[in-house]
Design a protein around this ligand. Structure first.
Ligand SMILES: *Cc1c(COP(=O)(O)O)cnc(C)c1O
Length: 362
């Protein structure tokens, strides 16, 4: 069997070394005669797994002491509600920077809970999209927090500079960019990420929150979404997604072994460059994002001749290149190349794209 590479945007591929390790210990974990997924979350053996995963994530992201790391349920969308419920008093206002479909969805959900100032931060010049200069973002003087999405998974647009908010807590949906490049956590009030893009299996959500921001959740906040309760109970107020947490821990160990976030970020830049270069030089494919805001993780592209879309997808699949169909809202193709995608996978995709283009050029 020749290699298969899965470019799915999420749930996404996991490192093969991690999958093999999980498989080898699935049924008999640490000689206990049962699976890690069959253990009590309060057992000594499982607690050690949970604590190690948190310690490794803290090390990988250099998370300061005054931040809680919470392992929660509910995915990215769960946090679209949890953030305002925990941080936005009923009569207060929050700024939402909208740069694509996920930040737009976050703003819509938040509007159920309070006064949301939506800031459209994308400009379209000659069919090329880019992020407006942050000096043109009309931030409110009295916002409780500023929310943004550094990497828009559907649109393939990424903000590399951390926005300056003049002391107003900055909240980031990092579902598709967490651990892909180095960031200074101390610049953020809260970071959240669904696990299924760059961390592990779906079902787990990571929340990293500065300790002075929690403790004032609204009365109606569901207890399982209450950051203070989660922090007080070591993320075990209710049963956490234990297997996903364990697998995330294996991914963190893998990432440490291969040079941490700094190491993987160099590989990520190389992978993205290979693919954008192929698109730009082809005269056959195109991408619609300005070079300064092109995503390192999710790369949408279109064939100039869209009538070839279905043969492109069918032939790609025959070549072992899976899940390249673009999001239904934007069409075309999308290659998601998270940390777990090896450089060989991107090389195989580039090779396929070049051969396909040669064969179909008019
Ligand atoms: C996938 C994704 C979400 C949604 O995550 P769910 O876990 O499906 O709720 C939210 N934000 C971003 C940036 C995403 O990529």
């Amino acid at each position: 069997m020749s290699a298969t590479y899965n470019f799915c945007a999420g749930p996404a591929m996991l490192p093969s070394i991690v999958m093999e390790k999980a498989q080898s210990e699935l049924i008999n974990w640490q000689d206990l005669g049962c699976s890690v997924m069959e253990l009590s979350h309060r057992s000594k053996a499982y607690m050690a797994v949970a604590e190690k995963a948190e310690a490794d994530l803290r090390m990988l992201m250099d998370i300061p002491e005054n931040y809680h790391v919470l392992f929660m349920h509910g995915g990215g969308r769960g946090q679209f509600s949890a953030v305002p419920l925990n941080l936005l008093p009923t009569d207060a206002k929050a700024d939402y920077i909208v740069t694509g479909s996920w930040s737009s969805a976050a703003a819509k959900e938040a509007a159920n809970y309070g006064n949301i100032n939506v800031i459209d931060a994308v400009q379209d010049i000659d069919n090329i999209k880019s992020i407006k200069s942050p000096t043109d973002w009309a931030l409110s003087a009295d916002a409780q927090y500023v929310h943004y999405c550094p990497n828009e998974t559907v649109d393939g647009i990424e903000i590399f500079e951390i926005p300056e908010t003049n002391g107003v807590p900055l909240i980031a949906d990092m579902s598709s960019t967490i651990l892909s490049r180095e960031i200074d956590v101390s610049k953020f009030g809260l970071i959240y990420a669904g696990a299924q893009k760059n961390i592990g299996p779906s079902g787990l959500t990571i929340v990293i929150v500065r300790d002075n921001l929690i403790g004032n959740a609204r009365k109606e906040t569901p207890s399982v979404f209450n950051y203070q309760l989660a922090a007080n109970n070591g993320s075990m107020y209710n049963t956490p997604p234990t297997f996903a947490w364990y697998l995330a821990g294996l991914v963190f160990e893998w990432l440490k072994d291969i040079g941490g976030v700094e190491g993987i970020s160099r590989v990520n830049i190389e992978k993205a460059n290979m693919l954008y270069q192929c698109i730009d030089q082809s005269g056959f494919y195109k991408n619609n994002i300005d070079k300064s805001n092109r995503s390192l993780m999710n790369i949408p592209f279109w064939l100039n001749d869209e009538s070839l879309n279905s043969s492109f997808l069918a032939e790609a699949e025959q070549s072992g290149l899976l899940a390249l169909k673009g999001h239904r809202s934007v069409g075309g193709m999308r290659a998601s190349i998270y940390n777990a995608m090896p450089i060989e996978g991107v090389a195989a995709l580039v090779n396929f794209m070049n051969v396909f283009a040669e064969r179909h050029k008019a």
